[in-house]
Ligand binder design. Structure first.
Ligand code: URP
Ligand code: ZN
Ligand code: ZN
Ligand code: ZN
Length: 486
């Protein structure tokens, strides 16, 4: 069976033009004018874009004494309704510390539930020989990126020497190291100080982790990556201090990537001053929302290329779960929602305002991350041979975001009340229409697949070559001039 996506304006990361897309089976067969097929998907008056890829989610994540409420089914479904056809979830080692067991556990949980495709990053939460060995298992099994938490002291945090060892191992394996950049020692000290002073409300969460702590850690991670000779991906960039570190590194030729979140681009720290405890706690995440002065810089970074990817860090805990921290802000499970809203919010606040072009929107929501994670052009591209993960993006469907109409499992939405001006008219995952606006589409758990990601991206190879050619050499000395040993 073939399908033609008919009459739309195709938008890729580098151009837009009127064309039909012929899909055969699970892949794109042809792009051009007046194509014929067995079935038609109406794209008149709409854009046709590569399905969104959200590179940062935490579905059913065991964290801070509870488990994120969003399931693999509800999460991938919510994503699809919002135009996202693939997400990359963070796999965390369990109590045994085994990477292999963690990957198997993630497959066990995700496989029967996922409605569209998924990949994993692996978290490195300590350092020893078996982690060194098992990193190869991860890479051999399609997990080619490793996240290091510089925060969450006493739980997930790793030290500089551990990061260096792990980054060096990443380089050897052709994998991409990632960091959660916040100075965990300082956050820990500030949390203890505030609690000792009786400051227990959620506003103190944000104040215990200021932008300077993030900037310092970003700089440190960049230094470590450079010493280890590997590219680096900095997740959830929230502030100018971290962005500045990334910008400076890139200007020096370092291969550093930065990922702002849609929350950081559109919501700010005043949310924590809300007198409703629930409202403030629902928005507690790390790093926290920042002052408005940080947002212009993040938008400019997307436009100028110093930041490449917009993600969500979707870690959705119910209000009930957030209430674990009623007496103590350090016990509020960290995380917020966004995977359903990412595209619509970025379009409304980015493209509709003229901050981003439609092409830059596609780059930031799909193409750039497919390249960075080495799955391009199978994902993130509209070209013959690519997976037919395609969204008919309708700039005329407006909606008010609300927990009352969203597809997430949680009982609130951090974007509640925001008016968005575009929606997915149709979402196709590998050629199948899995979401059609206003047509009562239903989730199809189990149809999604795990997407293995190969190691040695071309950026990793180029950096290795550069480092080899430019690393200092020993000075060759005439043996006759070397004083004899005694
Ligand atoms: O607050 C957050 N970001 N929760 C999820 C875990 C992480 O640090 O990414
Ligand atoms: Zn330390
Ligand atoms: Zn993080
Ligand atoms: Zn995260």
């Amino acid at each position: 069976m073939s399908k033609v996506i008919k009459g739309g304006t195709v938008v890729t990361a580098d151009r837009q033009w009127k064309a039909d897309i012929l899909v055969e089976g699970e892949v794109i067969k042809e792009i051009g004018p007046d194509l014929k097929g067995d079935e038609y998907v109406d794209a008149e008056g709409a854009y046709v874009i590569p399905g969104g890829i959200d590179p940062h989610t935490h579905l059913e994540m065991p964290f801070m004494g509870t488990t994120a409420a969003e399931t693999f089914e509800s999460g991938t479904w919510a994503a699809a309704t919002g135009g996202t056809t693939m997400l990359v979830d963070f796999c965390l080692p369990g109590a045994d510390g085994s990477i292999k067991n963690a990957i198997n556990e993630w497959h066990r949980k995700s496989a029967p539930q996922i409605c569209s495709d998924i990949g994993y990053h692996m978290a490195i939460t300590g350092w020893n020989e078996s982690i060194f060995d098992e990193m190869k298992y991860a890479v051999d099994n399609g997990v080619n990126s490793f996240k290091h938490f510089m925060a969450y002291k006493g739980a997930l945090m790793v030290e500089d020497d551990e990061m260096f060892a792990s980054f060096a191992r990443c380089k050897e394996l052709g994998a991409l190291p990632m960091v959660h950049a916040e100075n965990g020692d300082l956050v820990d000290l500030m949390q203890k100080k505030f609690l000792a002073e009786g400051k227990t409300g959620p506003e103190w969460h944000a104040r215990s982790r200021p932008p300077e702590f993030e900037g310092e850690a970003a700089n440190r991670a960049i230094t470590i990556a450079d010493a280890a000779g590997t590219p680096l991906y900095i997740v959830h960039v929230s502030c100018e201090q971290a962005h500045e570190a990334i910008r400076r590194a890139r200007q020096k030729g370092m291969r550093v990537y930065g990922e702002p979140l849609i929350q950081f681009l559109t919501l700010d720290e005043s949310e924590y001053l809300n007198t409703d405890w629930n409202h403030a706690a629902q928005r507690v995440m790390s790093p926290p929302f920042r002052g408005k002065e940080h947002q212009d810089g993040l938008w400019a970074g997307l436009q100028s290329g110093s930041l490449q990817v917009v993600a969500t860090d979707h870690a959705a805990f119910s209000t009930e779960q957030k209430r674990m921290g009623l007496q103590d802000f350090t016990k509020i499970p960290n995380g917020s929602n966004g995977l359903e809203e990412r595209l619509a919010m970025l379009w409304t606040y980015g493209v509709e305002t003229g901050r981003l072009t439609p092409e830059e929107f596609v780059a930031a929501t799909s193409t750039n991350v497919a390249k960075i994670l080495n799955i391009y052009p199978r994902k993130g591209a509209l070209v013959p041979g690519a997976d037919a993960d395609i969204v008919v993006w309708d700039p005329k469907i407006s909606k008010t975001i609300s927990a009352s109409n969203h597809h997430s499992i949680i009982d609130y939405n951090v974007f509640e009340g925001k008016e968005v001006s575009a929606q997915a008219r149709y979402t196709l995952s590998r050629g199948e229409v899995i979401w059609a606006w206003g047509q009562n589409s239903q989730p199809q758990p189990g149809r999604g697949r795990f997407v293995p990601r190969p190691a040695f991206s071309s950026a990793a190879k180029a950096l290795t070559k550069w480092k080899e050619l430019n690393s200092p050499r020993s000075v060759q000395r005439d043996p006759l001039n070397i004083p004899a040993g005694i």
